[in-house]
Design a binder for this molecule. Structure first.
Ligand code: ADP
Ligand code: MG
Length: 293
C-alpha cells in the first residue's frame, strides 16, 4: 500500500463524509464479504414512537404512565423517549438501573418498577399473565413490545402494562442494501428486538439474513462466529450496545448521529446519518486499494 494512495483515499473519504481512522481501515474495507447491520437507529430512523398501551382490568393507564414514565425519564434509550413523550411524570426515581439490552428498573415514589423486553419480566421471576401474552404478540407484530410491572402496596410485583413502540425504516435503506448486494456482499440484520419485527424490517429493505432477540454480548458472539467461519465482517451500528460488536468486527462502521461509544469502537465514522455513505466507504476502499496494486 503506497502512503500516497492511502492519503488520497482518506482525503476523498472526508469529502464524502466518511471519516477513516487509519490505513488498516481501507485495507479491511476492501476485504469484507459480509455486512452486519444493527436494526434500531441503523436500518431504522431510531426515532421511536409509542403506538399503543395495554393495561389489565385492574390498572389505570394513567398509573402506568405515572410510574413507567418516571422510570424511563432516567433512561436515554429511544424506547424511553417514546414513552416519556406521553408522560409528564415527575416522580423521584431511586436505585435506577439500566440492564443493557434488557430493560430498566428503579423505585418510583417508593414503588418498585421494571420495564423491558418480555424476557426481562421472566428473568425477574415475574410471569406474564395470558391476557398480557396476547398484547405482547400483537405488539411484536407491529413493533417492539415493552412489558412493565410493579408492586402496588401490599401486593407482589406483576406485569401491569404492555407498550408498543415502533420506528420506520430509513428512506435510503432499500437502495443502500441493494448497492451492498451489487458489490457482492451478503447482508445480515442483527438486533436485540423480537424476530417478528426484525424479519419485517429485513424484508422491507431486502436484507438477506436475520439474527434477532440477541443480548448485547450475543451480538459480539455472532460477529465472532461469522469471522471464525472465514468471513471478513463489517458491522454498522450506532448504539452504546453495539460498541463491543463494532470493535470485534474486521471493520466497524459507526452511523452519523450515533453514540460516542459506537464512534470510539469503530474504524470508520459516517458523518451523516445515511446508510449510503457505508456503501461509498466500501467502494472507496476498493478503488483506493485497486490503485495500489
Ligand atoms: P437493538 O438491538 O434493537 O438496538 P437494544 O439492545 O438497545 O435494541 O435493546 C433490546 C431490547 O431491550 C429492546 O427491544 C427493549 O425490549 C429492551 N429495552 C432496552 N432498553 C429499554 C428501556 N429503557 N425501556 C424498555 N425496554 C428496554
Ligand atoms: Mg441501534
Amino acid at each position: 500500500a503506497t502512503p500516497i494512495a492511502i492519503l488520497v483515499g482518506t482525503g476523498r473519504g472526508a469529502q464524502l463524509g466518511i471519516l477513516i481512522t487509519g490505513p488498516e481501515a481501507l485495507e479491511q474495507a476492501e476485504k469484507i464479504d459480509t455486512v452486519v447491520l444493527d436494526k434500531t437507529g441503523t436500518v431504522t430512523s431510531g426515532q421511536m414512537a409509542l403506538s399503543s398501551v395495554f393495561t389489565g382490568d385492574d390498572t389505570d393507564s394513567a398509573r402506568a404512565f405515572q410510574l413507567v414514565g418516571a422510570l424511563e425519564a432516567a433512561s436515554e434509550h429511544p424506547i424511553a423517549r417514546a414513552i416519556t413523550a406521553h408522560s409528564d411524570a415527575t416522580g423521584r426515581v431511586e436505585a435506577f438501573r439500566n440492564h443493557a439490552g434488557r430493560g430498566v428498573t428503579g423505585i418510583v415514589e417508593g414503588v418498585e418498577v421494571f420495564a423491558g423486553r418480555p424476557g426481562f419480566a421472566a428473568s425477574r421471576g415475574v410471569e406474564i399473565p395470558a391476557a398480557f401474552v396476547e398484547a405482547v404478540d400483537a405488539a411484536e407484530r407491529r413493533g417492539t413490545a415493552v412489558v412493565a410491572g410493579w408492586a402496588e402496596a401490599g401486593e407482589t410485583a406483576r406485569v401491569r402494562a404492555v407498550f408498543t413502540v415502533a420506528d420506520t425504516v430509513r428512506p435510503e435503506g432499500a437502495d443502500a442494501v441493494a448497492a451492498l448486494h451489487a458489490l457482492g456482499l451478503r447482508t445480515v440484520l442483527l438486533t436485540g428486538d423480537n424476530p417478528a419485527i426484525a424479519r419485517s424490517v429485513a424484508a422491507e429493505v431486502g436484507i438477506d439474513d436475520v439474527v434477532a432477540g440477541v443480548l448485547p454480548e450475543q451480538k459480539v458472539d455472532e460477529i465472532a462466529r461469522l469471522r471464525a467461519a472465514g468471513h471478513a465482517v463489517a458491522m454498522i451500528g450506532d448504539g452504546v450496545n453495539d460498541a463491543a460488536a463494532l470493535a470485534t468486527a474486521d471493520l466497524g462502521i459507526a452511523m452519523g448521529g450515533g453514540t460516542d461509544a459506537a464512534m470510539h469502537a469503530s474504524d470508520i465514522t459516517l458523518v451523516r446519518s445515511d446508510l449510503r455513505a457505508a456503501v461509498d466507504a466500501v467502494r472507496l476502499s476498493r478503488r483506493t486499494m485497486g490503485v495500489i496494486r
